[in-house]
Every structure is written in C-alpha cells, then in structure tokens.
Design a protein around this ligand. Structure first.
Ligand code: C5P
Length: 219
C-alpha cells in the first residue's frame, strides 16, 4: 500500500474526451487531450493514493501505477466509475460529451440520393452530478472541472451548485488561451466558502497543487 499523505486512500480520476459513435467508423468527440487528468492522476499516485484512472481515448500514456480503465463513450465511463466505487475522492477531469447519437448506425452510413443523414441526439448521463448525489456511497470529496469560454467564474460557481460537487476547478478554454490541448492551465478553485485564482502554470504544476489540496481535505 502506498505511503505518503494519500496512503491508503482510493481516488477515481476521469480523464480525456469521450467518443460517441455515429456509425462503426465515425464518431463525435471534443478537443480534450487528457493532459490535465493524466497529470493529476500521476500527482495523486506520487502522494501515495491508489488511483483508478478512467480514461476516454487519449494518445497520452496513462501514469504508471494507476488502475487504468479505458472507455470510449460517456455511458461506458459512467459504468466504469460506478464499478470503481467505493472511493475517498473522485476527480472528474474528463470532457464528457454532453450528447450521444441516439440513432447511431450499426453499419457504415452511405451517401444516398435521399440526402444527408439526420442525427438525433440524446443527453448523456452526468457522471459528476451522479457521484455528487450518491447517498451512502458518495466519495467524501467530489471535484469537477468547468471549462468555459466566457463568464468563467459565474458559470463555474453555478455549475458547482447545480452538480452538487465540493469543488470546481474552473478554467478558460477560449481558443486564444491555448489551454485546450496545451501544456499550461490557469485555474480558479471554487469551493463552498470561496474561490482562489491560481496563476497560469503548467498542467503538471496545477496537478501537484491540486493533489496536495486533496490530501489536506482528506487528512
Ligand atoms: O456541464 P459540464 O460538462 O461543463 O461540466 C463539466 C464537469 O462535469 C467536468 O468535471 C466533467 O468531467 C463533468 N461531467 C461529467 N459527466 C457529464 C458531463 C460532465 O462527469 N456527462
């Protein structure tokens, strides 16, 4: 068992994008690289935690020592997270697709004279909200991320309340920031009692700081 401030603690980290199939060869995705989630899992491991790393498709190698569960879709991610419980903390860093294609096809869609296919969307389960709302089995600390392009703090504060999580890590993913897919991040941590803006730093540094905050909260 790990030693260090998180020795004996189990933390679930979700990371990366999800892929939602349109047909066997096409999918809907987003620009998440999985960099922040991977760095966070590594930082938690370094503090001695047992980490279940539930990751959507990502080209970044998962951290050594994590229990890695690879998934494609939001619903697979949800199942993997629930399967990994109980946990002392859960950090939902994944950029989960809000919608899946309800009428996805089992065979490749063809061009036809009838015109372009009409995709019908269905809402995906909200894993963060579900974890936050668990009764007995709720992780003691549930942390979400809020990637916003405008009114970052206001939207993130509302999101924390709506989802019922303990902390929201808010960041601005406007294209001009270069954060999505980049190596740096500038975050504000929003809790029940206030907010704290951290200077722009590498995603590794954000991960290290966040992991030590998590260790303090679970101590
Ligand atoms: O609502 P929004 O997608 O902006 O919320 C972002 C936060 O919620 C992130 O922590 C993300 O991992 C989590 N989330 C989730 N399941 C979803 C959508 C978002 O866990 N279906």
């Amino acid at each position: 068992l790990g030693s260090g401030p998180l020795g004996g603690r189990h933390v679930i980290v979700t990371s990366g994008p999800t892929h939602e199939p349109i047909d066997p060869v096409r999918y809907i995705a987003n620009r998440s690289s999985g960099a922040q989630g991977t760095a966070l899992a590594a930082a938690l491991l370094a503090l001695g935690a047992r980490v279940t790393f539930v990751t959507g498709p990502s080209t970044i190698p998962p951290p050594a020592g994590a229990q890695v569960v690879r998934v494609e879709t939001a619903r697979e991610m949800q199942a993997a997270v629930l399967e990994a419980l109980p946990a002392d903390a859960a950090v939902c860093a994944a950029a989960v697709a809000d919608w899946r294609v309800e009428n996805h096809s089992g065979s490749k869609l063809k061009k036809t004279a009838g015109g372009a296919p009409q995709l019908v969307f269905a809402e995906n389960p909200d894993i963060l909200a579900q974890l936050s709302g668990l009764g007995d089995g709720r992780p003691r600390l549930v942390v979400g991320f809020a990637a916003e392009t405008d009114d970052v703090i206001a939207h993130a504060t509302a999101k924390r309340a709506r989802k019922g999580c303990d902390w929201i890590v808010a960041n601005d993913v406007s294209p001009a920031t270069g954060i999505m897919g980049g190596s740096e991040n500038a975050v504000t941590i929003i809790t029940a009692t206030g907010q704290e803006a951290w200077p722009r730093m590498t995603k590794h540094a954000v991960a290290t700081r966040l992991a030590s905050r998590i260790a303090e909260a679970l101590a």
